[in-house]
Write a protein that binds this ligand. Structure first.
Ligand SMILES: CCCCC/C=C/C(=O)SCCNC(=O)CCNC(=O)[C@H](O)C(C)(C)COP(=O)(O)OP(=O)(O)OC[C@H]1O[C@@H](n2cnc3c(N)ncnc32)[C@H](O)[C@@H]1OP(=O)(O)O
Length: 283
């Protein structure tokens, strides 16, 4: 039984007892809390591909605040798209950018990473579609990943001629062996679901979104008999080195992002990548 849509984007909505409040489907992030389990399903909802622009990142950040303030028992992150979990960062935020917005964009991505990677409540990604780059990062911030068959996932930044920030790399290293992470990051590998399972980038394979949600729920259920405080302190202790590293370097990290992305060579690369994407989608 779904109790409520906690928050959809920035608007707090009322309790309905049914699946969605009237306008929730139009929002960037839809949160539904299960009455029985207390688990929140957070659905990314920015068609066509959930590319992460400033507005979507802000909505995710606010959602994570809500869940923390409401002492959530657990979160399942998924997508409303039939074939894409998230296409990663919105390339339009990086192509011919306005520097002020770009800084806010990056700072908001950092916020999302801090809140998700360091969340006190347990988190699972139900990856029901392709999940390149920033999409993969969101799933890596979660503690467990269940992925539907026949999609791709990975940190493919080098394929775009860009370098994934160290905290992206740390998130991947937290899930996979150092050796596999190094190979994946330097090659910019986009793994198929089965390949991702083999290297430990995902934990389970699902046959459908429903199956992914069921498996994600089963993972969250494992913590029923574990003290939430002991659980979250253990998680945060294990992740604290990565978190402190970015906390200590937030401003430099933003400056580096702005510097790297505004390089003419990178701008040219992004332009060509965008053209290739558009040509593909026009076919
Ligand atoms: C120091 C700098 C560090 C920066 C770190 C960067 C991290 C990132 O996340 S960069 C983004 C990397 N993302 C990708 O490489 C994914 C690109 N997209 C795809 O490969 C595919 O779109 C897909 C597999 C995710 C989905 O394929 P499909 O369902 O076939 O959809 P289309 O390719 O037809 O795309 C529909 C529509 O969306 C536009 N689009 C796709 N991805 C992005 C994106 N990341 N940003 C902005 N726009 C994107 C695509 O161009 C199509 O647009 P229209 O032609 O206008 O319909």
């Amino acid at each position: 039984m779904l109790r409520s849509v906690l928050r959809a984007s920035t608007t707090r909505l009322g309790v309905t007892g049914s699946r969605f409040c009237s306008s929730a489907a139009d929002k960037l992030v839809i949160t539904e809390v299960d009455d029985k389990t207390g688990y929140a399903t957070v659905t990314l909802n920015r068609p066509p591909v959930n590319s992460l622009n400033l507005e979507l990142l802000t909505a995710i950040s606010e959602t994570l605040d809500d869940l923390q303030n409401n002492k959530s028992r657990g979160m399942i992150l998924t997508s409303s798209s039939k074939s894409v979990f998230s296409a990663g960062l919105d390339i339009m935020e990086m192509y011919k950018p306005k520097v002020d917005r770009m800084k806010e964009f990056w700072s908001t991505l950092q916020d999302v990473w801090f809140k998700l990677y360091g969340s006190p409540f347990p988190t699972v990604a139900a990856i029901n579609g392709h999940s390149p780059a920033g999409g993969c990062l969101l799933s890596l911030c979660c503690e467990y990943r269940v992925m539907c068959q026949n999609y791709t996932i990975g940190l493919n930044e080098t394929r775009l001629g860009i370098v994934a920030p160290t905290w992206f790399m740390a998130s991947m290293r937290n899930a996979m062996s150092r050796r596999d992470a190094e190979m994946a990051l330097t090659l910019g590998t986009l793994f198929t679901t089965d390949e991702a399972l083999k290297v430990g980038l995902v934990d389970e394979v699902a046959t459908s979104k429903e199956d992914a949600i069921a498996k994600a729920t089963a993972f969250l259920d494992k913590f029923k008999k574990i003290s939430p405080q002991a659980r979250s302190m253990t998680k945060q202790a294990l992740r604290s080195k990565d978190i402190m590293e970015l906390e200590d370097n937030r401003t430099q990290d933003i400056d580096l992002f702005v510097y790297a992305v505004t390089q003419p060579k990178v701008q040219k690369g992004l332009e060509m990548y965008l053209e290739a994407l558009k040509a593909k989608s026009a076919k």
